[in-house]
Design a protein around this ligand. Structure first.
Ligand SMILES: [Fe+2]
Length: 477
């Protein structure tokens, strides 16, 4: 029997605490992107082409997910990560782009809409006294990423189940249980898909990790629980052809308090451990150590013929963004945290580990997903802090390319979209979204991966500013 989740214990602890009202000041540069979306979302509407022209062959949909509802009157979520999941679709066809968006119809959202207040506890939200929480899925915000599986669109959180949605209408179908006895187990927003379609994912609770293995159609093949010996915050991870790579950072959940984020402690004197498991035998494992650092996201991993494992990650000196800025950005601008630096972790067969820094800053690393777990050269990152920039790093050559959006644009994750009939990484478009603060509008930008410094080949603009998101996926037409 699998133990009850930390989040549930946290929810019980917070039952005695009242939600702290928070005033909202939209002077923050983040303000535009953390306002409530329209309650019924956005009906499909044409975006205006404001630059260039659509490249021939670019046909499909970019789906993105992120928090889109934060407050009812004076009742507010306490952290960016706790807003209701708002799924946006940017459908590109016949040289035109259409935008639509809809909230994931979660239990949390239904009850809070009915009561017109923030009721449930979350990562950085206390919730109200007596919030009706029986299961992690009762507080599932479905707000972090999306994936396509079995013809469905799944809205992903990290503390509970995927939420199934219709990829055409964005209507919610319901929670996705993999097996009755595994109901509401954590499933991160960063599943890894092998080139053959097999899906791997993990979910963390306490110092345990559940390892999910699904067929390409989303049906469960296997689930096992392992003890990783640490209560590290675990948001993203990596796989190679033969191994699962679980980074264990020294930001540790060592106190049961409310909100949950306050129970984490930064242990800067402890190493950043990396657990490497054999995909065929999880008891066959090795541990590597690097100096203390904080991360949210990895790129992908690969393995050389001599057994050397490499994976990229966006590394920060500490957890300041998640403990401070991601809360205060909902109320006021209290100063920006410097963005993370892209780095390559190298795990040698003799047990040594090293970190190669790139000098390029940003977040939301993305690679050509056809190569997940396989050797590749490129990774793209978005920097929305000091200067809004898209950066492309080539680990093989050490060369980088970048494009600066200038002031007043917040750049979000950009995905590799293969050009039709092409197989090289550079033979891709990079498709992503920005929030144009001057125009108060959401934009889609498309770059040619071979020359991003030339600027976008096409830009489409909405008539409104939709909420910022975290992660997305591309579904070709
Ligand atoms: Fe993420």
């Amino acid at each position: 029997m699998i133990a009850r989740r930390e989040l549930l214990a946290g929810a019980a602890a917070v039952g005695a605490l009242a939600a702290a009202p928070a005033a909202f000041a939209s002077e923050s540069p983040w303000g535009l992107g953390v306002e409530n979306a329209p309650v019924d979302g956005y009906a499909p509407a044409a975006m205006r082409r404001v630059h260039g022209r659509a490249p021939s062959g670019l046909e499909g949909s970019l789906y993105r997910n992120g928090p889109g509802w934060f407050r009812y009157g004076s009742s507010s979520t306490g952290h960016w990560f706790d807003g209701d999941g708002f799924i946006q679709r940017f459908a590109i066809a016949d040289g035109q782009a259409r935008h639509s968006g809809k909230f994931a119809d979660t239990l949390k959202r239904r009850i809070e809409q009915q009561r017109q207040e923030i009721v449930f506890p979350g990562f950085g939200t206390r919730g109200v006294r007596g919030a009706p929480v029986q299961s992690p899925d009762d507080i599932n915000a479905a707000n972090t990423s999306v994936m396509i599986a079995g013809g469905e669109l799944w809205a992903l959180w990290e503390g509970g189940s995927p939420t199934r949605m219709n990829p055409e209408t964005l209507d919610t179908i319901g929670i996705r249980p993999f097996r009755e006895d595994l109901a509401a187990m954590p499933f991160t927003a960063h599943p890894k898909v092998e080139p053959n379609g097999r899906i791997w994912n993990i979910g963390a609770y306490g110092q345990r990790v559940i390892i999910w293995r699904l067929a390409a159609n989303g049906v469960l093949e296997d689930a096992q629980v392992i003890d990783v010996g640490s209560r590290s915050y675990l948001h993203d991870w990596a796989v190679t052809e033969r191994h699962l790579i679980i980074p264990l950072q020294p930001w540790v959940h060592d106190r049961m308090t409310a909100p949950m984020v306050d129970g984490y402690t930064w242990h800067g004197d402890q190493p950043f451990r990396i657990l490497v498991l054999d995909k065929n035998d999880y008891s066959n494992r090795r541990t590597y150590e690097l100096p203390a650092m904080f991360y949210f996201h990895t790129g992908d991993a690969w393995e050389d013929s001599d057994g050397t494992i490499r994976f990229d990650l966006c590394a920060s000196p500490n957890a300041h963004f998640v403990t401070e800025q991601a809360r205060t950005m909902l109320q006021q601008d209290s100063g920006e945290t410097p963005s993370a630096e892209l780095a390559l972790a190298v795990l040698h067969p003799d047990g040594r580990a090293e970190l190669q820094r790139s000098g390029i800053h940003g977040e939301f690393p993305q690679t050509d997903r056809r190569r997940q777990g396989l050797a590749r050269d490129l990774v793209v990152i978005a920097n929305d802090r000091e200067v809004s920039t898209l950066g492309l790093m080539n680990w093989r050559t050490g060369a980088s390319d970048s494009y600066s959006f200038g002031a007043g644009q917040m750049v979000q994750e950009h995905l590799f979209v293969p050009k039709p009939g092409a197989s090289g990484e550079r033979e891709s478009w990079l498709v992503g979204v920005t929030l144009n603060e001057r125009e108060r509008a959401t934009e889609v930008h498309v770059f040619d991966a071979a020359s991003i410094s030339d600027g976008p080949v096409v830009i489409w603009r909405s008539r409104y500013a939709a909420p910022l998101g975290f992660h997305g996926t591309w579904r070709g037409a």
